[in-house]
Design a protein around this ligand. Sequence first.
Ligand code: CP
Length: 326
Amino acid sequence: MAANTAIRHLLDVDEWSLNDIQRLLDMADSLRGWSDPNSLRSLLRDTVVVTLFYENSTRTRVSFELAAKALGADVVNISASASSVTKGETIRDTVNTLDALGADIIVMRHEHSGAPNTAARWSNSSIINAGDGWRAHPSQALLDLLTLRSIFGSAAGKKIVIAGDIIHSRVARSNIYALTTAGAEVILCGPPTMLPQTFAAAYPGRNVSVTYSIDEALANADAVMALRIQKERMTGGALPSLREYRQFFGLTAERMKAYPHLPILHPGPMNEGVEIDPEVAHGAQSYVERQVANGPLVRMAILLWAARKDDAFLNMAPQTRQIGRH
Ligand code: CP
């Protein structure tokens, strides 16, 4: 089966322009507090959305499911551990089978980087990357940007620190693309074993830098995003101990006393007491719950875009064209 180039896949945001991102986030903003939820349910009627998760998830899977249902789609949830993947079925077999069963959109998470790209090669459905290996998590980056936009009005010119296990982080990689496209400066911070000095060189032309001092990074920041220490992806002793990580890089209650107004984000799930203290994660500076609440809105906008119902939605909501923030 040849790949159909007319199909809209969301594999990462690296090739998305500022206008593309702004338009999608404007749609998400417009969906917030929509006064007539019934009117949305016609948009994806007759659309079948399959969530295909080879790796565990709480936020991403649930919010894609809620988003699809809010738009009137039929939703089927598959976890790979309960499917014929366990009998040796390949990604190509799986997506071809789902196509034949009538899927229109497949929301896919996989532990291997590039797996959604493989699926997109063989599928006649739209493939939406819900996180692959260390590579990309585009819907997370878009909801993070929506959250920053809601704090600042615009992310342009803002210094955003991303702190933690950068090398294993698909969230960091997609955020570098989304945030710099929106005009923000990204400062990466973590121990050298999780953040090689050369990391920023992989993003030529983008406003990205590396530092190994969390206090130096925070002193100049407009917002900070802590990342989870990914114990499941760590081999070879990248850290002496989690306690030492917390001491040198954690957003501890003690450290954050010096930055009482700095907005704090975390994509979740959090290791409370490692990269972020519980008082900080649930304190007045935390935007973690707002990030989670923005998840279904951004994912509704992604599903509308993938199903080519974005214009139909914008015709229902002409005011979205006038929001114009990024
Ligand atoms: N942020 C994120 O991807 O969370 P889940 O693993 O719970 O989906």
